[in-house]
Design a binder for this molecule. Structure first.
Ligand code: GTP
Ligand code: MG
Length: 224
């Protein structure tokens, strides 16, 4: 069996910005928001996505978090294992955009921003008439934050699917780039740790038929 690389990717952002719907659309193009009645997330939910790139099998475990203020005491023990973070805001909700900085600071508190990829997502781009956050404002914010090369931005709609392909492709290219560089470095620098065990919850999943595949590698940039 081909080698499989597993990545943890976390989603954060205010409640109702559409994180869960976005995840469902990212992992399943047939997801139809019109047929759903989304519920606010409580705690943490997982979405599994499998694909391949350049002959390598890639598994992404999306960690979807609850934006609700009551749940701000997020379980960072798990979330900080992510090698990339998606900060989602709602283009029709200015507060959710203003709070991107809060979420960025939260991430910074728990992980080294240089060691992760950061993807800002402006969701609900289908609601053009209700849009409250202009592209200019987003660009100014990006300049102010001085995001480096480990940063990407996408406008998406979990309703129409706009921007979804670009987002998932951009994300995979980004994490794979980092992985390739890390792998090269890893061959000469043994300080970079690869963790294998952090997806224990997957092993309890009956649908997972490769429980005994010892070739699985989970990249965790924040092993203690
Ligand atoms: N028009 C439109 N509505 C969306 C879109 N994405 C999500 N929604 C709606 O936004 C609401 C919130 O979506 P969720 O995915 O539950 O939001 P969330 O960010 O996961 O919220 P929490 O779980 O509370 O953190 C739902 O009523 C969705 O139908 C989108 O792209 N366009
Ligand atoms: Mg949710």
């Amino acid at each position: 069996m081909n080698k499989e690389i597993t990545f943890n990717i976390a989603l954060v952002g205010n409640s109702n910005v559409g994180k869960t719907c976005l995840m469902k659309k990212l992992v399943n193009k047939n997801f139809d928001l019109n047929k759903e009645s989304p519920q606010n997330t409580i705690g943490i939910e997982y979405f599994k996505y499998e694909t391949s790139k350049d002959g390598e099998k890639i598994r992404i475990n999306f960690i979807d978090t609850a934006g609700n203020e009551r749940f701000h005491a997020l379980n960072w023990t798990l979330i900080k294992s992510a090698c990339a973070f998606l900060i989602v805001f709602d283009l029709t909700n200015e507060i959710s955009f203003d709070d991107v900085i809060y979420w960025k600071d939260q991430i910074k508190e728990h992980v080294d921003l240089q060691k992760i990829d950061l993807i800002m997502i402006a969701n609900k781009c289908d609601l053009k008439k209700e849009r409250k956050v202009s592209s200019e404002r987003i660009e100014n914010f990006e300049k102010k934050c001085e995001f480096g090369t480990n940063y990407l931005f996408f406008e998406t709609s979990a309703l129409t699917g706009e921007g979804i392909n670009e987002c998932i492709e951009g994300l995979i290219n980004k994490i794979m780039d980092r992985y390739e560089k890390l792998k090269d470095k890893n061959s000469i620098n043994q300080n970079i740790k690869l963790k294998h065990e952090i997806f224990a919850y997957d092993n309890n999943n009956n649908n997972n038929n490769d429980n005994n595949n010892n070739n699985n590698k989970c990249i965790c940039y924040f092993s203690n």
